[in-house]
Design a protein around this ligand. Structure first.
Ligand code: ADP
Ligand code: MG
Ligand code: MG
Length: 254
């Protein structure tokens, strides 16, 4: 049974076709990595899954937990259990990270017909997750993302993920400024939060992130299509040979 099933997705940005028939199926418990050269459409795929308005789906279907994902609002996608790290990079002066996350957690609970968490329960869960992702209390009392370093933003993202307990986490690691500490934070978060009911889709340009996480499947996205899929060995092969050994072949047969 698939958690996420993407069938022949085509998508336009500003009238130009960027995704040209993406197929991808993810089962609970699986970790998938999407890699590919810059400009391939990796972030576009993440944006389509997130439901960003600028991205127009012209063909294809996406089902998530047996629902038609494309019919859901971005908010409802999140409430259904889809987590997109870059959905919350905003700075909100005057709103502490704690209060922001509390609101998000309770909104999700409400959507699923659950009572909001009382303060004691919330604090207890928060402490557990803080320990798990090794985030400091002082970060949580600061205004969300305001003046956060790259590493602090990542830690905060992973903490949000821990608190929201998504079914499917999509992490688009576009940030070229991501240093080795930030990579470790992301990787540790994924490794600790991953379990047989949850799945992770990591989008990365960097082979080195995959030194810290163990993807079950690796896909190469190129020119709007997944042109090769394999296991972790594919990432190692890419590391060794670069993307050209795949993209040259695709260009020749195009
Ligand atoms: P990747 O994440 O693989 O580097 P992107 O999905 O960011 O690739 O971009 C794929 C292509 O789509 C690029 O040619 C990019 O310029 C274009 N594109 C993506 N988002 C936008 C946007 N919001 N407006 C205009 N062009 C975009
Ligand atoms: Mg890019
Ligand atoms: Mg990108």
């Amino acid at each position: 049974m698939y958690m996420l099933s993407i069938k022949n997705i085509h998508a336009n940005v500003e009238g130009k076709e960027i995704l040209k028939g993406i197929n991808l199926e993810i089962k609970p418990g699986e970790v998938h990595a999407i890699m590919g050269p810059n400009g391939s459409g990796k972030s576009t795929l993440a944006s389509v899954l997130a439901g960003r308005e600028e991205y127009e789906v012209t063909e294809g279907e996406v089902s998530f937990l047996n629902k038609n994902l494309l019919e859901l609002s971005p908010e409802d996608r999140a409430r259904e259990g889809l987590f997109l790290a870059f959905q919350y990079p905003v700075e909100i002066p005057g709103v502490s990270t704690t209060n922001f996350i509390k609101a998000a957690v309770n909104e999700k609970r409400k959507y699923h017909g659950l009572e909001p968490l009382d303060s004691v329960s919330f604090l207890k869960i928060m402490k557990e997750k803080m320990a798990l992702v090794e985030i400091d209390q002082s970060l949580l009392s600061r205004s969300i993302n305001e003046g956060f370093s790259g590493g602090e933003k990542k830690r905060n993202e992973i903490f949000q993920m821990a608190m929201l307990e998504p079914k499917l986490a999509i992490l688009d690691e576009t940030d070229s400024g991501l240093d080795i500490d930030a990579l470790r934070i992301v990787a540790n978060g994924i490794n600790k939060l991953h379990n047989p009911e949850r799945a992770v889709l990591v989008i990365t340009h960097y082979q080195r992130l995959l030194e810290y996480i163990q993807p079950d499947f690796v896909h190469v996205l190129y020119n709007g299509r997944i042109v090769k899929s394999g296991t972790k060995e594919l990432a190692l092969e890419l590391e060794e040979k670069g993307y050209d050994f795949i993209t040259d072949e695709v260009d020749l047969t195009a």
